[in-house]
Design a protein around this ligand. Sequence first.
Ligand code: HEM
Length: 403
Amino acid sequence: MTQTVPIPHGLPMERDAGPFDPPSGITRLREARPVCPMVFPDGHEGWLVTGYDAVRQLMADTRFSSRQDIGILHVPYETPGMPAATEPSPHVPGLFISMDPPDHTRLRRKLTGAFTVKRMKQLEEQIIDVTERQLDELARLTPPVDLVKEFALPVPSLVICELLGVPYADRETFQVSSAKFMERDVTLEEKMAAFGAIFGYLTELVTSKRAAPDEDILSDLARDDDLTIEELTGIGFLLLLAGHETTANMLGLGTFALLEHPEQLAELRADPDLMPGAVEELMRYLSVADIFFRYATEDIELGGETIPEGSTVVISLLAANHDPERFDDAGSLDIHRKARGHLSFGHGVHQCLGQQLARIEMRAGFSGLLRRFPTLELAIPAGEVKLRTNMNIYGVHELPVTW
Ligand code: HEM
């Protein structure tokens, strides 16, 4: 392994290699030094992990902590609004994605029953219904329409609201605030205001569910006296955000990617049995949830390097999923490849709790869209599609389509 690459200052973020490829700076780093020191814009030194094997090993190792209340979350890219972090983020009760075992285990266990493969299979019909109803609404519109607004965002939002027992009519509160919360270039005040708006809303909701539980996941959790109102709110926040931002962007960016690969799109239309494999490949190829953080709680050997205790470690799932050492011709979309083993849902104890749900939504979403709109195409040149390079979850801001 060569060590000749200069240590990066900040994370290369510009999609200079194309809308679906990792930034070329990240690819170069992965090739030269898949576990690499980096300097954050605030001057602090940390590490960047981009190679498939190293990322997988790191995510399986809980000595790399997910707690943001012990490590300082150094922002890895230049963000005009965010001041350099000087102290750890506060602990948020219930937000188990940012906890380590055993606290993480205690909370995640409360939810595993609600998200089993079997439970999700039972929900499949309901999810298909939601999707088809949204496609009916789409079909009533006069093209060109924005597929994000009319399809990609509403489907996962409707599904997660239904599951959690969040009234869909209240979506403005959480869609606008969660979009703000996910934006990179907002001030800390704006971010905290967005967080506060969703938190306030959810605190009221879970308090009313504790008093009068209904038939939904938040009510089931509210029946459990072991959980405080703060914890219920944090869990609700995590599920609501993780449950719609990610899948919505997979549907939006995934449709864009398919439209840009017309031969594979035609094959997929002709043979719906290809859909489950195609969804896995789109997950790998697009890796919309790309950047994650860990914090080294001791000196740890990884990929031939020693990451010192106290380091903030940045992970790029997109880079790992495009690693040619793991996937042949990794930079190409190939719906026939065996893409399972991709890291887009993470790996280890934090591996995505909603992955079966997301798979069902994506299969229903892409299948329905291709079947109902056989002449679907972009309504603007591909180069003009607005990419979410400024957001924590990648995707398209809008996808104007016609049929
Ligand atoms: C295509 C869509 C999705 C993608 C790409 C995705 C990706 C991920 C990734 C990479 C992680 C691991 C984070 C880490 O290790 O720090 C994660 C965790 C999580 N995801 Fe998803 N996710 C998706 C959909 C969903 C949905 C629909 C839900 C609905 C409930 C969900 C709920 C969660 C939760 C609760 C966690 C935290 C798990 C834990 O900490 O134990 N996700 N997701």
